[in-house]
Ligand binder design. Structure first.
Ligand SMILES: *Cc1c(COP(=O)(O)O)cnc(C)c1O
Length: 366
């Protein structure tokens, strides 16, 4: 640390992303898609576009705002773009929060929020999930603090129907409700249409998960025009050219290929449901999921040993040391044949552990 570092950043803990250990590993730890992005992207990015990179693009990003508004059935004025959902969330927090403000969050959710709140000096009021990792929304209704609802939640997968979230939004029109829908395209129902009715709701979505574009960094918020106006104003003072023309072309091409989008998301849902049933039938505990991952508790082996055992076999899944979820591993959904290999491996590790525990009990008894 240098002596110049701003006081507010002295106590920071960095966000820990899923490990990146190279291509020799089957990577099922960051909720990335196993499928390539739409093949149309390669067609639209031509050498003339590369030449265009010498110019600044359209500062209003009009074409992409229109295409997105079209996609989600809202007006152009309801859309705010960003370089990934994290960037959009950063913009939202900078626009509406100050150090000392309190943010309502579930104790088990996307870890970005806590890291972010710590760096900017926001207080976090944690809502405790129950033993099924479900989030009870009534404390949100009773509180007047701004809140974040990740829906479906990560890493639990828990999904709230639109009507439940609407009750939170309705309960206090002067409190901001941020709904993070990073996983909404895997079987959930979006609350985005509600932004026409409520001006205290911001919905955040991303191209990273369901459009197979984590590396492209494209995300967006949907909200009432009064809110998007604030957000654009703040953006304009910080970094007005926040998306490269390559990101814009990529996003446009992806949006124009609806058939591919539907096909790859539905394939992931099919694989997920099959994998979950297989695990359940083998005695693993699997939380219901409307996302591209599942949270799984093994039967005989600890979650940490399962994570280590899989890693030794070059399969990466996510293990969290945080209590409540340290009994589970989070597994992103990959290709069918990879999930079959993983399932066999999980079964073997779980069974081996069971056998060795029984053997040591036998020795003690003898
Ligand atoms: C992946 C993820 C994000 C971030 O998405 P990017 O667009 O890649 O920045 C935000 N929220 C949740 C819940 C996520 O899982």
């Amino acid at each position: 640390m240098s002596r110049f570092l701003s006081k507010q950043f002295k106590q920071l803990t960095m966000y820990e992303a899923g490990e990146q250990l190279g291509d020799r590993y089957l990577k099922l730890n960051a909720n990335e898609s196993p499928y390539p992005p739409s093949p149309l992207i390669k067609e639209v990015i031509s050498s003339s576009h590369i030449n265009q990179l010498k110019r600044y693009g359209d500062i209003s990003y009009q074409a992409l705002h229109e295409a997105l508004a079209n996609q989600v059935n809202l007006a152009v004025e309801n859309v705010v773009l960003g370089a990934g959902a994290d960037d959009v969330l950063d913009l939202i927090f900078r626009t509406y929060f100050q150090p000392g403000d309190t943010l309502l969050l579930p104790n088990i959710t996307y870890p970005f929020y806590e890291t972010y709140a710590n760096s900017y000096g926001y207080q976090v009021a944690e809502m405790l999930v129950d033993d099924q990792l479900q989030i009870e929304l009534s404390p949100y209704i009773e509180s007047d603090e701004p809140c974040v609802i990740v829906n479906p939640n990560a890493p639990s997968g828990h999904f709230h129907p639109v009507s439940e979230i609407e009750r939170v939004v309705q309960s206090n029109p002067d409190r901001l409700v941020i709904v993070d829908e990073a996983y909404i395209d895997f079987g959930g129902e979006s609350v985005a249409p509600l932004v026409k009715k409520y001006d205290n709701l911001i919905v955040v979505q991303t191209f990273s998960k369901s459009r197979n574009l984590a590396g492209a960094r494209i995300g967006y918020a949907l909200a009432a025009p009064s809110l998007t106006e604030d957000l654009k104003k703040v953006r304009g003072t910080i970094n007005p050219f926040y998306l490269s023309e390559l990101q814009v072309l990529t996003a446009l091409a992806s949006l124009s290929d609806d058939a591919y989008f539907k096909q790859s998301t539905s394939q992931i849902m099919t694989t997920r449901d099959h994998f979950s049933h297989q695990l359940q039938a083998a005695g693993f505990y699997v939380l219901p999921s409307l996302t591209n991952f599942v949270l799984v508790k093994p039967r005989h082996i600890s979650a940490n040993d399962l994570y280590e055992g899989l890693k030794a076999q070059h399969i990466l899944v996510r293990y969290y040391t945080k209590p409540v979820i340290n009994d589970y591993v989070r597994i992103s959904i990959g290709l069918d044949h990879d999930m079959t290999r993983l399932f066999d491996m999980m079964l073997t590790l779980d069974q081996e552990n069971h056998t060795s525990v029984l053997a040591s009990m036998d020795r003690k008894l003898a």
